[in-house]
Design a protein around this ligand. Sequence first.
Ligand SMILES: *Cc1c(COP(=O)(O)O)cnc(C)c1O
Length: 446
Amino acid sequence: MPDSSASLSPWIPAEASAFIERHAARYDGMDLATLDAEAHRLIAAHEQLVDHDCINLYAGTNMPNPRGSALLGSTIGSRPNLGHPGAKYNKGMQHAEQLEVMLTTLLKRLFNARFAEHRVGSGSLANLYAYMATCRPGDAIMAFSDAAAGHPTHHAIGAAGLYGLKVHDVPFDTARMDVDADALRDAAKRIRPKLIIVAGSMCLFPYNLAAVRSVADEVGAYVLYDAAHMGGLIAGGCFQQPLAEGADLMTGSTYKSFGGPPSGMILTNSAELAERLDRIAFPGLTANFDLGRTAAMIIAVMDLLEFGPAYARTCIANAQALAVALDAAGVAVFRPTGRDQFTMSQHVALNAIPYGGGNAASARIEPANILFTSIGLPLPEVTDDANGIRIGTQEITRWGFAAMDMDEIAGLIARVLVKNEAPQNVKGDVIALRRLFQKLHYIREA
Ligand SMILES: *Cc1c(COP(=O)(O)O)cnc(C)c1O
């Protein structure tokens, strides 16, 4: 038998290698009945921890509507379905293929867009589709840098680089956490990008898309708005509206603020781009795709059509209240020098320097059942760690937390980060608070 241990994978971090080696050895020795029981036990334990016992402030997650999740288990997802609805190669699809039309129709309604592409496995793949629709390998593009929370898929290590694009930074005004429009104009005239990408993995404030559009027009570039994080708030009408403000394409993940199953989406008003995306989706990069996810997406879009505005408003109100409460509790909340607010979105950023770095702080608070992660901020660097912490309120909003509850959450965070209480001592109070919020809000019931 091949050795499944990590010694075969020297490129993996040592910590991960040790973990994989230890568990691979256990599973190698287990009989099938034990493995079966163990797989189910792990899922149940995970759901209890993350869905019920944690205050999950991770910026890129959410709790989907269980009625949508149930549809993910339908056999419809295992059935091949090649080609356009109404002209399928596979037979017996006359019911299933209508779901594709339903989702496309609802997505267009939700985002007020002329075209929607849903046959995209993830937000990352949505970005690859967008690159393929607008650029050729070797072309230059411009994207947010790491310090502006640009995403790996925008960069050399991700889809952009793998597709052969040359990536340049979008100049960023860190005082306002927005695009530096004048510097962008100068740089774009020099670089002649085919595509300018706006937004990344933390969006505290809306971006000056009108300025980006006008620069793009001057140099003949397309504009892509990456709404991976902002999809739910854009749908709720409480954040900027990328297509109306000049983006040619809007890509998105569907499991972050959007609150749906893990998938991807692309919206555009351009028939030319829609045609290219259609061919990229099929026969380009998908043959069959998971219609169970299509069905789960329909549920998620209907949730947003009915509750999107109230949900999005509450996400933002909670983030603003949490930022103020954290600040009052002595936590180092990040506020750009050119703004009089901490945030206008569901995101809150913390300066992680007083806490030894964002990864260190996230690891320190995890045993208290409070979940968040690091991010790069325009602050001095921390050796071997990120200088920021990123928080999102979309999941706690779905669990019914309101602005008046943010003092309590801030107090629990401060006990670990500021007062240096042992996280294990805080965990009981976190679970007790979390237990009061076990019903999902802003979702349609049967
Ligand atoms: C999360 C994220 C993605 C990737 O989305 P997946 O659906 O996880 O592949 C792309 N862009 C940005 C800005 C993101 O934050």
